[in-house]
Design a protein around this ligand. Structure first.
Ligand code: NAG
Ligand code: NAG
Ligand code: NAG
Length: 262
């Protein structure tokens, strides 16, 4: 009998003796949905539409406020990713940041004016909507709130973890328009997932963000994923193994961050 067969035999006997029936815990990608039908519901609370996704497991102590890219809660992939956070055990709420009118799927649509859109959805408009989503989570009984944000919403994940804004930790994937002051004023831990190709957060800006995070007193993380582009945290091409790995890992990066720091 060869050595490998011997060890396999011994392992089998050992497993039988110990009664090991449960598989070992691993990063369980089965909780992530890339396609399919969203399982959450929309509720209108205090004038804002919230996409709410509830965990099937025990009452959550931590809630997640999910801050979308410019495609809003209307984009199925945003709802599906919010559902994945719910399956990770968090009551998850995504506010409709664009009041029913998100950006079109083709940002080059000639009728779409990006400058005007972004100007109409600055912090003066977004911050109060996010505060309502956080208030919903608190009213539902969560003790702590984690903010997760993508592209446009990444900036607001940072803003949400400033003093008095209500979130206890932040995760941002490929944040856009994030200002230096918004990094320096975080009052909780912040984690960033970065794309290899991202004109809104190129390598030089990524290095600046790292330097600014290092100048805070908070725990921080910046992780770079090869073969990914701006938007990959939500809209990866999951037929491409590198992009699929990047999107799933960015999700687990957020979950691990919240498990560790919230
Ligand atoms: C887009 O909106 C900006 C700001 O409102 C405005 O200055 C600009 O002229 C607009 N561009 C086009 C092509 O309409
Ligand atoms: C970090 O802080 C040091 C010391 O105050 C300062 O010299 C440096 O410019 C800061 N860097 C950034 C990126 O803010
Ligand atoms: C997605 O990735 C697959 C595998 O790399 C590729 O064949 C396909 O063309 C990609 N789809 C799009 C829309 O880029």
């Amino acid at each position: 009998m060869r050595a490998s067969s011997t060890s396999l035999l011994l392992w089998s006997i050992g497993s039988a003796v110990l009664g090991l029936t449960k598989s070992c815990p691993i990063a369980d990608t089965s909780i992530i949905a890339h396609t399919g039908t969203p399982v959450g519901t929309e509720e209108v609370v205090d004038g804002v539409t919230l996409y709410v996704s509830k965990p099937g497991c025990k009452a959550p102590k931590v809630g997640v406020v999910y801050l979308t890219d410019v495609f809003g809660i209307q984009l199925a992939e945003n709802k599906l990713l919010a559902d994945s956070f719910a399956r990770a055990g968090y009551l998850t709420v995504a506010p409709d940041l664009f009041n029913g009118t998100p950006a079109p799927s083709d940002l080059n649509d000639p009728t779409f004016n990006t400058t005007a859109f972004l100007a109409a959805h600055g912090p003066d408009v977004a911050d109060p909507l996010i505060a309502k989503a956080i208030a919903y989570l608190r009213a539902a009984g969560v003790d702590k709130v984690a903010a997760t944000g993508y592209c446009y919403g990444g900036r607001y994940a940072f803003r949400s973890v400033a003093e008095g804004k209500g979130a206890d930790a932040a995760f941002a994937a490929h944040p856009s328009l994030l200002e230096d002051g918004e990094i320096l004023t975080i009052a909780g831990p912040a984690s960033v997932a970065a794309a290899e190709t991202d004109s809104l957060m190129p390598p030089a800006r990524r290095a600046q963000i790292e330097a600014l995070l290092a100048n805070t007193t908070q725990p921080y993380q910046v992780s770079l994923y090869s073969g990914t582009q701006h938007g990959f945290g939500v809209r990866a091409n999951v037929s491409d193994p590198e992009q699929k790995f990047g999107k799933e890992s960015a999700f687990f990066q957020a979950v691990r961050w919240f498990e560790a720091w919230v």
